[in-house]
Design a protein around this ligand. Structure first.
Ligand code: MLT
Length: 322
């Protein structure tokens, strides 16, 4: 039976599934330095979320000739905190749960889009400050506007469905997707999305290609006038990965009025410390909570527990990334 370290939390149901299958589960966060000193080498498997980083050095310290970890479970989607090549080199299987949080991320993306265009957080702050800022908080509708999606995977398709129901015209760019959904205009040049759309939402992975994909050049391409002729300004949302939006460039665009709102759930450095973004009322932030719903965490946990049980029973989970 396996000894499993869970470093960033897991649902009670998932922990019970693992224990009922006879495994030992130890829930405790391991700091980077501890991992580099081999704290995970006493386990057969580790389950992490985004807080734990397992790059080459940490993976090397977690495997031993006569044991150590043989399975890394990423309870969530993004695997930019794991060196999959190093894991493969050391014979460690890597699995994630790509579909489990889709609905939650879709919903928070739409929530940020609406909160930004209707000044919800500014309105709330002004009420708490004793103001009745009715005259200063005129928003714009998202209906009748063009929404550009960068990346057109599961989450983007979910956003597209809801945005379409709101009356938005959806455009998308994804070099890895050949088919489109009915009613979505696909572009083969990312710049075309920015040229056409007043509202842009990011749904790609962070790679060397996508780092700072949202930069001052691209923001300056955005039209500011909606497809319906409304002067709605330009709005960007990212609940994907920190680093895709160049935060310094976006803060400058907010200051200059090129960007009317920016909503981010993910940041170049997390946790977000001091940031120029925080001085802008039209910046809306959340602390990487897109997948933090009861439903998503229950699904993520049970999917991960199922993969672990399969791994310990057969040596091969039904889906793996390497
Ligand atoms: C994910 O990649 O699953 C989400 O960003 C959630 C997280 O990392 O905690």
């Amino acid at each position: 039976m396996g000894r499993i370290a869970v470093t960033d939390g897991m649902s009670d149901v998932a922990v019970s599934m693992l224990k009922n299958a006879g495994h030992e589960v130890v829930l405790r966060h391991h700091e980077k330095g501890e991992i580099a000193n081999g704290s995970l080498a006493a386990f057969d498997a580790v389950v992490i979320r985004s807080a734990t980083k397992l790059f080459a050095e940490e993976i090397m310290a977690s495997v031993r000739v006569d044991g150590g970890i043989r399975f890394i479970g990423r309870a969530g989607v993004g695997v930019d905190n794991i060196d999959i090549e190093a894991a493969t080199e050391h014979g460690v299987v890597v699995c994630n749960t790509p579909g489990a949080s889709t609905r939650s991320v879709v919903e928070i993306t739409i929530a940020h889009l609406l909160a930004s265009t209707r000044h919800i957080t500014t309105a709330d702050r002004s009420l708490r400050d004793g103001q009745w800022a009715k005259k200063h908080l005129r928003g714009t509708e998202i209906g009748g506007k063009r929404l550009g999606l960068i990346g057109f995977g599961r989450i983007a398709r979910g956003v597209s469905e809801i945005a379409t129901a709101f009356g938005m015209e959806v455009h998308a760019y994804d070099p890895y997707v050949s088919s489109s959904d009915v009613g979505v205009t696909m572009h083969d040049d990312v710049d075309e999305v920015f040229r056409n759309c007043t509202h842009v939402s990011i749904h790609c992975n962070l790679t060397e290609e996508t780092r700072h994909l949202v930069n001052s050049d691209r923001i300056s391409m955005m039209p500011g006038i909606g497809a319906d002729g409304t002067e709605c300004g330009n709005h960007i949302v990212s609940c994907a990965r920190g680093g895709i939006v160049d935060e310094a460039a976006a803060a400058e665009a907010l200051r200059a009025g090129q960007l009317s709102s920016l909503a981010l759930d993910v940041f170049e450095i997390e946790p977000l410390g001091e940031s120029q973004l925080l001085s802008h009322n039209s910046f809306h932030g959340s602390p990487h909570i897109a997948a933090s719903t009861s439903e998503a965490q229950a699904r993520v946990g049970t999917e991960m527990a199922t993969l672990l049980i399969e791994f310990f029973e057969t040596g091969k989970p039904s889906t793996a990334l390497n």
